[in-house]
Design a protein around this ligand. Structure first.
Ligand code: FAD
Length: 510
């Protein structure tokens, strides 16, 4: 191996591991990628979660991380399989029984997030890696052990066709200079890292399961746009207080949909083996869906697609010595309600390599010095990234409430409209909605939370000082002057106003 060239082992060839391998390969290291499953590009490979696909929202942080991968073709190659979604489309039923759709743009400046099939994104990253001479793939290799003091790791090697036959597996031992663990929420790298680092670890399964459904393209349509049965440029939401149904467009005119609901609801629907309750449940809570997915298909898809849990994981630190770091879901799996899990994972890679590069400049190709500088860099990375990963983890949990109910609340809309108005007409204030900061910017997540909380406090103070106090004074005056109906009405206005202020505060803290 050349002087200064390191052997970087990436465990997990998901989107985050693949991007990390690209960054490492670009720096001239010898990169080996070990992946439990077969090559995704081979149609016989079982997809992650055993689902046909997951359509994801790719936004600025993910794009920015790819922009910095030093691969000029990558962004266009990825964008070629995306569909812009400029806002949410809320579906519901009015009291008179009529169905309605209401579009809510994500951003007053017209920016969009992008719908993409996770598999398509992953395959494109693998294609880019394939072109790099210093990258070697090891598919069907499962990490089973690691010693981060001696820099050794063990993998079980399997032919996917014999996946369940333990006796056909053999084990190999490898060594490495630096391991990047990108092996997802149930990370084996993290498990072994815990034996070396004094890691705090916290995981939570939320009381919600998810199941995938498909809205088929319109049959026989000729134009690209008319194959979509609902707007292709929105993330569609059927909010229910306790649950929600969402639909994200795919390039072929179909929509990948997800039912998020509490475990008890799933158990009720699963208990009905004939499935007759399923279309009734949809008609009651998600009006209009049975005209997009035939009731028999709804039953079939509910019964044949897996019902999967949602996990939220926080841990710290993310590294040990100069040997290993975990990134992506392996470090901070989060619930999917802010559309940030993968984006945050891709951003991890950009930040990690920025910090490694900063320290690498001091090493002068001396490998001992390189290891000690890497340890300093990894310590800095853990210190910087933990606060941000924890912040987006919490925001993702909070956003479940926003998506399934706050989107219908007047207070939520009022605050969004006011913040957007200020961002356009008084740009010097630097106000933006929290959603814009998270999805269209690259500010640290912890900074987003801080700024958004501050905006909430200023709003509340202005409301109480500018409107609440004069309203209180007016109400008291009317009360003492007229008592009776006018006084009560004035007090009612004041009471409702204060309720709105409280909900603004509550919205901020929730
Ligand atoms: P993974 O995608 O989990 O990849 C890990 C890889 O490691 C896999 O290929 C796996 O086979 C491999 N592996 C596992 N164990 C081993 C082992 N022992 N040895 C070797 N290899 C191993 N994120 C967004 O940004 N936007 C969204 O809109 C969004 N929507 C989502 C919707 C749903 C329903 C769900 C469930 C998630 C969503 N996410 C979203 C989150 C996103 O899917 C994840 O954050 C992202 O896939 C994480 O990427 P990763 O590469 O870290 O891990």
């Amino acid at each position: 191996m050349d002087e200064g060239k390191q052997k970087v082992v990436v465990v997990g060839a998901g989107p985050v591991g693949s991007l990390a391998a690209l960054y490492a390969a670009n720096r001239g290291h010898d990169v080996e990628i070990y992946e439990l499953r077969g090559d995704l590009r081979d149609p016989s490979t079982t997809p992650l979660n055993f689902t046909r696909s997951i359509n994801l929202a790719l936004s600025e942080r993910g794009l920015n991380a790819m922009r910095h991968a030093n691969q000029p073709r990558l962004i266009d190659y990825v964008k070629g399989v995306t569909i812009p979604m400029r806002g949410r489309m809320i579906h519901g039923k009015r009291p008179d029984g009529k169905l309605y759709e209401e579009a809510q743009d994500y951003d007053i400046h017209g920016r969009s997030i992008l719908a993409i099939d996770r598999g398509d994104l992953n395959k494109r990253l693998l294609d880019m890696l394939e072109e790099m001479p210093n990258v070697t793939f090891f598919f069907n290799h499962k990490l089973t052990g690691a010693d981060f003091k001696r820099n050794k790791a063990w993998f079980e090697v399997k032919d996917e066709s014999t996946y369940n036959l333990r006796d056909r597996a053999r084990e190999i031992e490898i060594d490495f200079d630096f391991m990047i663990g990108a092996d997802g929420a149930h990370s084996a790298v993290r498990y072994h890292l815990m034996k070396f680092a004094r890691m705090d670890y916290q995981q939570e399964y939320i009381d919600t399961l998810w199941c995938e459904f498909q809205i088929a393209p319109r049959a026989g349509s000729s134009s690209a746009k008319s194959k979509f049965r609902i707007s292709p440029n929105h993330l569609h939401i059927w909010p229910g207080k306790e649950f929600m149904f969402i639909a994200i467009p795919s390039e072929d005119g179909s929509f990948t949909c997800t039912l998020f609901a509490p475990v008890a609801i799933y158990e009720q629907l699963e208990a009905d083996t004939a499935g007759t309750q399923i279309p009734l449940f949809f008609d009651k809570h998600f009006p209009g869906v049975t005209s997009l997915i035939h009731p028999e298909d709804l039953i079939d898809q509910f019964q044949s697609n897996p019902h999967l849990p949602l996990i939220s994981i926080k841990c710290k630190p993310y590294h040990f010595s100069s040997s290993v770091v975990v990134v992506g879901d392996a470090a901070h799996a989060m619930v999917p309600f802010y559309g940030q899990g993968m984006n945050a994972g891709l951003e991890d890679v950009r930040i990690l390599f920025d910090i490694l590069d900063k320290h690498d400049r001091m090493t002068n190709d001396d490998s001992d010095l390189e290891a000690s500088q890497r340890e300093i860099a990894l310590t800095e990375y853990s210190a910087v990234r933990i606060a941000d990963a924890h912040a987006i983890n919490d925001l993702a949990l909070q956003n479940y409430i926003e998506m399934r109910s706050s989107v219908l609340s007047p207070v939520y809309r009022w605050r969004k409209a006011l913040e957007e108005w200020l961002s356009v007409y008084v740009p010097s204030l630097g106000w933006q909605t929290k959603y814009s900061r998270v999805s269209f910017g690259n500010e640290r997540y912890s900074e987003v939370v801080r700024k958004s909380d501050r905006q909430g406090q200023v709003l509340v103070r202005s409301l109480v000082g500018g409107v609440g106090l004069p309203l209180l004074a007016g109400s008291l005056f009317l009360w003492f002057r007229y008592k009776g109906a006018i006084g009560r009405a004035a007090y009612g206005v004041f009471y409702n106003f204060m309720g709105m202020v409280c909900r603004t505060i509550h919205g901020k803290r929730r």
